[in-house]
Design a protein around this ligand. Sequence first.
Ligand SMILES: *Cc1c(COP(=O)(O)O)cnc(C)c1O
Length: 423
Amino acid sequence: MKTDISYARHLDSEDELSTYREEFYLSPDKIYFDGNSLGILSKRAKKTVEMLMESWKEYGIDGWSEGAYPWFYLSEKLGKMSAHLIGARPEEVIITGSTTTNLHQLTASFFQPRGKKTKILADELNFPSDIYALKSQLRLKGLQPEDHLIQVKSKDGNTLNTNTIIEAMSEEVAMLVLPGVLYRSGQILDMETITVEAHKRGIIVGFDLCHSIGSIPHQLSEWGVDFAFWCTYKHLNGGPGSVGGLYVNQKHFGNNPGLAGWFSSNKEKQFDMDHTLTPAESAGAYQIGTPHVLSAAPLIGSLEMFEEIGIARIRKKSLELTNYLMKLIEVELQEQGFFIANPKADELRGGHIYLEHPEAARICKALKAEGVIPDFRNPNGIRLAPVALYNTFEEIWKMVQILKTIMENKAYKNFENKRGVIA
Ligand SMILES: *Cc1c(COP(=O)(O)O)cnc(C)c1O
């Protein structure tokens, strides 16, 4: 592979998604590689927030049924717009809540310990919030997390083995919750095989798609996954605290949700004000209260771009970007003590690269001082996410050069090797 800047520019000239960069508010003096933590604001997202502010201004209460995007149906509309990203039927998806509250809702709904089956299967590498939620749900059912939460172990501290996961599916497991893509190493789990094997053993299957939605394709309906949940501020560029999403397979429609509220209702019946809930015959039944309309608004504009492009093209470019980044790191940084800790194979690699280095905290600070925005993960990880919608091959080239300089002139030693409050 060629390592000069002209080759990076050549790759950019062949990039069929290059025009989408213009859609985003990128700072000219920064290289943003943190779109897997917080995606960048797009012009369309800003516009749709303004449109919904306008409908509030113009219609007041009637904004629920009037305007370009009537608020009463917005969660369902956004669910439909998201369905293609995860390979679901439109009515199987709803935009509501947050990752953690959706996991609470889905566990309250799907975890029904009976007889021998009283345990939840998770893993030791998942994001803490998921584990806190699962433990608290076990306690609510009067079960001790120490005995009832099984966390599959990782052999190398970064990845999980499908067979190890399958071996942990004992007859005591009632439900499993695993990430689609691991937040640290970016490993893609084999969601299809895990689902098939779990179902053979009567285990309900849920996936956390925070790092996979908008980054890789999924076929949740086809695989028969029972439920899934995610946030929309990472690869989906919904903005800080944008409303999350959930998927429930249609085979579960018609049941009461674990945590009910009036927005769980069949929409025709909701305003009957009856004290007996008639749940929506869709994923909409897992909503609780009034939707956070203004925090859902940016998603209208943002998801429109994903619909236009399609996840297959996004994935294709994402793989090219991360592949290019790994090759440059191997060539340019080979003497600097970095370890590429994400899986290298295309089918196992999500949307970001994960580097380990003992000085990672201060290397990240030095990169930031040079205008590169990476993502530090305690204690020694650097995540770099070149995003298909707005990053370029030239930015990757420049970032690697900056990193090389920081390492060669030891500029990182000017910083303390300690994380900030938000890292
Ligand atoms: C980002 C992320 C979360 C965050 O949860 P919120 O409820 O949105 O704060 C949870 N789990 C995983 C795996 C994540 O990547």
